[in-house]
Every structure is written in structure tokens, then in C-alpha cells.
Design a protein around this ligand. Structure first.
Ligand code: ADP
Length: 501
């Protein structure tokens, strides 16, 4: 585990132990170095004093050139101050007498001693001149070994280290016992924060123990919780009111929808009833006018005949309008039934051409079949397909110039058959393109328009074609006439064969 991941309690313990150990070791070092320097200086002074005394005592031996006596004097240094060797020289510097004391030289030293000789100087040598008045009669040189001093030093250092360890352990022990003063407030703060995040209960508060930094932290934490609690409450109230508003709106909307549905139903019923009620007398009127203008009551004066023709034409327009309205109504209500039968498309197109020819003649227009696709089968309601073709053919005739041709073609594209009606009239204004299939939309919607119509034909045609699984469209450029087409999915010939069987 990394140091930074340890608990605060452990970090505190480590810190205490580390600090105490550092402090004790630092004190031990200062103390030991001071002691070592003192002892070294004392040893040096003592050795020098001894050299003086021995020098004084050896002056006579030097004066009488008696090395034996001098050696005896030197030997008196045995057992003194760890002295290793003593050497007397005469006035010319030549060796006069020497005493070497047995030391442990050559014997195996303990490890600690080995170590100290590596770290510190293991010998101390002092030299002094021996004077007789102003004359130098010789010299003395004493060498002592110092390892005992260093060993003492090492021992005291080892003792210090032991004391450091003991003190550190004591510091950790007492520190951990007193940690509660520091760590308890932090741990309690952490506990409250943990509970808040787990239970999402912002009414909880941390307990403040003192006025130190942790106390300030507890204050800030509690203030933050209060703010969150207030916002939480406001949010809850807002959500509740929002839910209420949504419920209210939904209820309003439901009511509005029900009202609209009721109104729509009333409108549909009204439209159906009125159209039906209009159609019955209109059929009688149209029939009567037809009979009279056909000469059933005798020859009519030309003017009356003319007036009757106008009346006949207008009653016919009214009948168309009523039929269209009823169709639209049925389509919107989904009441229009489709009797889908798989059959050849060409006969249906040809029948439509024949049926609409007389209407086209009113405008001096002729229908021409320019391309056929015999044998192509489609699954359609023949009456509805006829209605679509009648609308496209009558529009083409109606919007063609006098004495014109309208070309009809039937093409086969992969799995579809396309029926096209092309006229050479004025075409459809660009701005009207997007609205052409909408109900009651006419490029010329003015009261003074020349051509009759309801603006419902194309809307009905699109609905019918789509219900039979096809698509409808047109191309037109102003002044270039128009091409209206619809495409139906082709049925495989096999289907027809099965039906025939
Ligand atoms: P209606 O012909 O009864 O007005 P339609 O829905 O069949 O209604 O046609 C809507 C309008 O589209 C027409 O009033 C006319 O402005 C335009 N339109 C349809 N076919 C043609 C055409 N072949 N050429 C020019 N305009 C057309």
C-alpha cells in the first residue's frame, strides 16, 4: 500500500515515530561528536605532558650517553595511557633508545574495532624536543593507540540509537492514544459525508468539536448541506408543481381532443347528410332538365334550350362536387371499401379513355394511347382506378388548349407499371407545385376562373393510389404542359393464372 493511501491514524503514528527518531539521533550525534573531540584533545594533552616529563627525566642519560638508563626510563611508561611506543633521539636525530610495548598488534581485532579503525585515526603521535638551557640535547616521540576512545564512542552511539528506538515507540504509543483529539472530528466528518452520499439525506449534520481548522471545515460542510437541502426542497416542489401542470395540461388536451373529435364527427355526419340530401333532389332536377332539353316536351326555342344547357351543366358540376365531398369524407373516415382484384391494366386504361372521350370533346381534345403494356397485371379496385384515371384525363382535357392532344402511355419498369397522362396546356405554376395534392387547392382559385372543379380530384386520386399500394406524381414546366403519372406494383402472371383456374 502507498504511504498516501494509509489511514490518517497510521500516517500520524509514522510521523510521530519519524520525528522522534530524527530528534534523538540528532542529539546523539551532536553529543557523540562533542565527546569524541574532547577525548581526543585530552589524550593529546596527556601524551604531551608525559613526553615532557620523560624528556626531562632522560636529559641526564642523554648527556652521559647512557642509552640503557634512558630505556629504563622509557619502560616506566608501560601500562600508561595505551602507549604503544616511546623513542628517544640524540641531538643529531639518531635513535638513542626505544621502548615498544606489547599491544594486540597483529592479533585479530573484534569487528567493531576494525570498523572504528577504518573511520577514525587509530594512533596519536606526539614529539617534543629535549632542551638543556638553550641547547637541544635530543628528542622524544610517544605513540598511543586510540581505539579504546572510539570504541567507547561507538558504544555510547549504539546506546543512543536504542534510546531513539525506545523513545520513538513511546511517542507512537502515546501519540496514538491521544490521536482522538485530531482524528475523531475528521473521521466523524467523513462518516457524515459518506452517509449523506449513500442515503441522499441532506438533513444530516456533522458535529463540531472545536474551533480549529477542522471546526471551520465542519461549519462549511454543514452550510453546504443546508444549501443543498434548500435547493433539493425547491426542486422537489418545482417537480411536484410541474407534474400537476402536466396532469392539468394532459386533461385539458384530452378534453380538447374529445371536443375536436366530437366536432369532427358532427361535421362528418353533417357533410354526409347534407350531401346525401342534396344529391337526391339534384338527381331529380338534372334528370328533369335533361328530359326537357332533350326534347321530351317538344321542340324548345333556341334561347330556352341554351339556358337549359347551362342549368344542366351546372347541376352536373354540383353532382361532381357532392360526389367528391362524399368520397373525401369516406376516405378520411376510412370507410371507403376497396375490392382489390388482380387484373390486366391495359383494359382498364382503355375503358377509361372511352368513358372520358365525350368529356374531352367539349374542349376539342383527343386522347391518344401512345404506348401499351399488354399482359401486365395489377391488383386494384377497378372502380377506384377508373376514378383516378378519370380525374387525370379530365384535368388534362380541361387544362389543354383548344384542339389539342392528350397522350396516354403505359410503361413497365422492373416490378412496377407506370401510367402517364401528358397534356400540352399551360402547365402548373412553380409556386403551386407543393400544394397541388392538398384538398380544395386550385392554381386559379378566383371566382372568375374559367375551368370548373372542386380542387378535390388530385387529393382523392393520391389517397386512392396509395391505398392500392402505388405512388402518384407529376412533372410540369410552365407553358410546357404537364405529365401526371401513377405507378402500381405489378403482380406476377402466375397469380392471374391461378385466379382464372
Ligand atoms: P380540380 O381539377 O377539380 O380543380 P384537382 O385536384 O383535380 O381539382 O386539381 C387541382 C388543381 O391542380 C387544378 O385546379 C389546377 O389548378 C391544377 N391542375 C391539375 N391538373 C392540371 C393540368 N393537367 N394542367 C394544369 N393544371 C392542372
Amino acid at each position: 500500500m502507498k504511504l498516501r493511501d494509509l489511514s490518517i491514524v497510521r500516517k500520524l503514528g509514522l510521523l510521530l515515530a519519524f520525528n522522534t527518531a530524527i530528534a534523538v539521533i540528532a542529539i546523539a550525534l551532536v553529543f557523540s561528536v562533542g565527546t569524541a573531540v574532547n577525548r581526543y584533545q585530552a589524550a593529546q594533552e596527556q601524551l604531551m605532558a608525559m613526553a615532557n616529563v620523560i624528556g626531562e627525566n632522560s636529559r641526564a642519560a642523554l648527556a652521559f650517553s647512557d642509552p640503557e638508563s634512558a630505556r629504563k626510563i622509557l619502560l616506566s611508561l608501560r601500562n600508561k595511557l595505551e602507549i604503544e611506543s616511546a623513542r628517544l633521539t640524540d641531538s643529531s636525530g639518531n635513535e638513542f633508545a626505544t621502548a615498544i610495548f606489547s599491544t594486540a598488534e597483529g592479533a585479530t581485532k573484534p569487528l567493531l574495532e576494525e570498523l572504528t579503525t577504518l573511520l577514525f585515526p587509530d594512533r596519536l603521535t606526539v614529539a617534543n624536543r629535549i632542551q638543556d638551557g638553550n641547547n637541544t640535547v635530543g628528542g622524544i616521540e610517544l605513540t598511543a593507540h586510540l581505539s579504546n576512545i572510539w570504541l567507547d564512542l561507538m558504544e555510547s552511539l549504539a546506546l543512543m540509537v536504542l534510546i531513539a528506538i525506545a523513545l520513538s515507540a513511546l511517542a507512537v504509543f502515546f501519540g496514538l492514544r491521544m490521536r482522538r483529539i485530531v482524528t475523531d472530528p475528521i473521521l466523524s466528518l467523513a462518516d457524515v459525508s459518506h452517509r449523506v452520499s449513500r442515503e441522499r439525506d441532506y438533513s444530516l449534520r456533522a458535529t463540531k468539536v472545536g474551533n480549529d481548522e477542522i471546526g471551520a471545515l465542519v461549519d462549511d460542510f454543514n452550510r453546504m448541506l443546508s444549501e443543498i437541502e434548500i435547493r433539493d426542497e425547491a426542486l422537489r416542489r418545482e417537480r411536484e408543481s410541474l407534474e400537476e401542470r402536466v396532469e392539468q395540461r394532459t386533461a385539458d388536451l384530452k378534453l380538447a381532443m374529445e371536443t375536436a373529435e366530437r366536432a369532427n364527427k358532427v361535421k362528418s355526419e353533417f357533410l354526409a347528410t347534407v350531401s346525401h340530401e342534396l344529391r337526391t333532389p339534384l338527381t331529380a332536377i338534372a334528370g328533369s332538365i335533361g328530359l326537357v332539353s332533350g326534347g321530351a316536351l317538344g321542340e324548345l326555342p333556341a334561347q330556352i334550350h341554351q339556358m337549359l344547357l347551362i342549368a344542366q351543366k351546372n347541376s352536373q358540376r354540383l353532382t361532381f362536387l357532392i360526389n367528391d365531398l362524399l368520397d373525401v369524407e369516406k376516405l378520411m373516415a376510412g370507410k371507403l371499401q376497396f375490392d382489390m382484384v388482380c387484373q390486366e391494366v391495359m383494359p382498364l386504361v382503355e375503358q377509361a379513355l372511352v368513358a372520358n372521350q365525350s368529356y374531352a370533346e367539349q374542349f376539342g381534345v383527343t386522347y391518344t394511347l401512345t404506348h401499351r403494356s399488354d399482359g401486365v397485371l395489377v391488383e386494384v379496385d377497378a372502380q377506384r382506378l377508373h376514378q383516378v384515371l378519370a380525374n387525370l384525363l379530365s384535368n388534362a382535357a380541361k387544362f389543354s388548349d383548344a384542339v389539342a392532344q392528350v397522350e396516354v402511355s403505359v410503361h413497365q419498369y422492373e416490378s412496377r407499371v407506370r401510367i402517364e397522362v401528358r397534356d400540352h396546356g399551360a402547365g402548373i405554376p412553380i409556386e403551386f407545385h407543393s400544394r397541388i395534392f392538398q384538398k380544395f387547392s386550385q392554381a386559379d382559385a378566383s371566382d372568375t376562373r374559367q375551368r370548373g372543379g372542386t380542387g378535390l380530384g388530385l387529393a382523392i386520386s393520391r389517397e386512392l393510389v396509395e391505398r392500392m399500394g402505388g405512388t402518384i406524381g407529376f412533372h410540369s414546366e410552365p407553358g410546357q404542359g404537364a405529365i401526371f403519372y401513377f405507378e402500381l406494383p405489378m403482380k406476377p402472371a402466375q397469380v392471374e393464372t391461378e385466379r382464372a383456374a
